[in-house]
Design a protein around this ligand. Structure first.
Ligand SMILES: *[C@@H]1O[C@H](CO)[C@@H](O)[C@H](O)[C@H]1NC(C)=O
Ligand SMILES: *[C@@H]1O[C@H](CO)[C@@H](O)[C@H](O)[C@H]1NC(C)=O
Ligand SMILES: *[C@@H]1O[C@H](CO)[C@@H](O)[C@H](O)[C@H]1NC(C)=O
Ligand SMILES: *[C@@H]1O[C@H](CO)[C@@H](O)[C@H](O)[C@H]1NC(C)=O
Ligand SMILES: *[C@@H]1O[C@H](CO)[C@@H](O)[C@H](O)[C@H]1NC(C)=O
Length: 439
């Protein structure tokens, strides 16, 4: 909470000058009690301001992007309306919303209640009480491991964590394609770009497309409270966030995988296909729909950028380094790059069951490959998935060529400005000299 008040104070000092009544310019620093009191006033003013913004957004049905622009350009309505509102209500509302995550926001509960009538099943993990595995401290090879692997192994047995943000209603209808995107709390701009491009929820010829972002908690503790409040707010606007109470670290990506599979198994009975990918890729939903057209029901479809005989990386400097104490075979089973792949909904449910029989592996896409191996399902490689980069040469024109992107299903890696630009180019009247035919 401290960080929060300090930050807001700074914000007020900077941007909101002139709007909130200020009397203390140039005055000497007040005594602690006075300071405390002032902090409360600041907080109250800020909270009221935020509430007004929320109410305005909801009432006007403004697009959030408009709202964001408005905020930047300082075109928001002044906080006057507050006076006409019942003060009591205002404060109880704001304080409930901005309270710590332990106390659920009221709408979340309402949403869940509405659905539990129809759906008996729900996320059944309510406490995250999982302590480090003390057995390992006695093991010799464990002591020689790098700290991140030690950390991974100490908590490897902690399978599931409670949900902080849930959307049980998301899957209550028949969904043709569920798009799920691995994201982290700080990458708000990536989520925004995805919502405006390939993550748009829509219906194409009766096929429903829905999008969800999968998140853990902020990995830096000092950032957690601040970002959590922003995320809660983002979720209020878009309603497309699933969040679990585990640290969003690289080695916890497999946790994200198994949490999503469990979630899908509980809440999604009628999802035909799942696209799962990173938040820094280009995706063409129309090409995906075209690709899926001739797929039959009951097929164990798992398709992506598949590596058939990848070797575990033994160079310590590499991001994907794996000590042989963790994996001692010379090859991984076939697996699809986690940047973006498609699986049939029913197969995802089988994967959930299988995943519970295996020990977690720190690399999420390899872990899924291990599950597929147990299920004896071979992932299928497809030309239209370029999740390991398009061409080796980073400066190659191919990386910027819209005609190339137009023919693809997934391309790694595009950050928000490039993604927005490429999306517009691909959807403009392109004249391409030859049609890339991968579908
Ligand atoms: C968490 O687990 C520890 C040891 O397993 C136990 O002592 C403690 O009471 C538990 N705390 C809660 C809140 O369940
Ligand atoms: C630690 O060892 C004990 C005894 O072998 C075992 O019962 C327990 O499950 C182990 N703990 C973990 C977290 O693996
Ligand atoms: C994964 O998340 C859990 C729960 O927050 C945490 O205890 C653990 O250290 C994390 N693991 C890694 C490898 O970051
Ligand atoms: C590989 O690891 C497995 C289990 O971790 C172990 O049983 C086996 O002996 C190891 N093989 C080699 C060649 O080290
Ligand atoms: C793109 O082409 C279509 C028909 O081919 C045309 O109707 C449309 O106006 C064109 N749009 C632009 C921006 O040129």
């Amino acid at each position: 909470m401290n960080i929060m008040s300090v930050e807001w104070r700074q914000e007020e000092d900077g941007e909101e000058e002139g709007r909130a009544p200020r009397t203390d310019r140039g005055q000497p620093r007040p005594a602690p009690s006075m300071f405390q009191w002032r902090k409360t006033i600041y907080k109250t003013v800020c909270l009221s301001f935020l509430l007004v913004v929320t109410v305005t957004v909801l009432q006007r049905g403004m697009a959030p992007s408009q709202f964001m622009q408005g905020q930047q350009q300082k075109e928001l309505p002044p906080p006057e309306p507050l006076k006409t509102q019942k003060r009591g209500d205002t404060f109880s509302d704001t304080s409930t919303f901005w309270k710590s995550k332990n106390e659920k926001a009221p709408t979340k509960e309402e949403e869940e209640e509405g659905v539990t009538e129809k759906q008996a099943k729900s996320w059944d993990i309510t406490t995250a009480n999982c302590s480090a595995n003390q057995n390992l401290s006695k093991v010799e090879w464990f002591k020689g491991l790098e700290p991140n692997f030690q950390q991974f192994l100490l908590y490897r047995h902690c399978r599931y964590f409670p949900m902080l943000i849930n959307h049980p209603e998301k899957c209550s209808e028949d969904i043709y394609l569920l798009i799920v995107v691995k994201s982290i709390i700080t990458q708000h701009d990536r989520r925004e770009a995805i919502r405006r491009t390939w993550g748009q929820e829509k219906e194409v010829e009766g096929k429903r497309i829905r999008t969800l972002f999968l998140l853990g908690t902020a990995s830096k503790e000092e950032e957690r409270d601040n970002y959590q409040k922003l995320l809660d707010y983002e979720n209020r606007i878009y309603g497309d966030i699933l969040q679990w109470d585990f640290l969003d670290s690289f080695f916890n990506l497999t946790l994200k995988e198994v949490h999503f599979l469990k979630w899908l198994n509980i809440y999604c009975d009628n999802v035909r296909f799942v696209f799962k990918g990173d938040d820094d890729v280009f995706v063409s939903p129309s090409n995906i729909l075209e690709f899926l057209e001739d797929k039959t029901e009951g097929e164990d479809l798992f398709v992506g950028d598949v590596l058939y005989k990848a070797r575990p990386i033994r160079k310590k400097e590499n991001k994907y380094y794996i000590p042989s104490a963790l994996y001692n075979k010379s090859n991984y089973p076939p697996y699809a790059g986690g940047g973006g792949f498609i699986m049939a909904g029913p197969l995802a449910k089988k994967l959930h069951k299988t995943s519970e029989t295996l020990e977690l592996y720190p690399i999420d896409d390899v872990f899924l490959g291990m599950c597929l191996e147990v299920l004896k399902v071979l992932p299928v490689g497809h030309e239209g998935f370029k999740t390991f980069g398009i061409v080796k040469n980073k400066n190659s024109k191919m990386n910027k060529e819209p005609c190339f992107f137009r023919g693809m299903l997934v391309v790694h890696k595009l950050l928000p400005p490039d993604l927005l630009q490429m999306w517009d180019l691909v959807h403009s009247n392109l004249t391409c000299s030859r049609k890339l035919n991968v579908l």
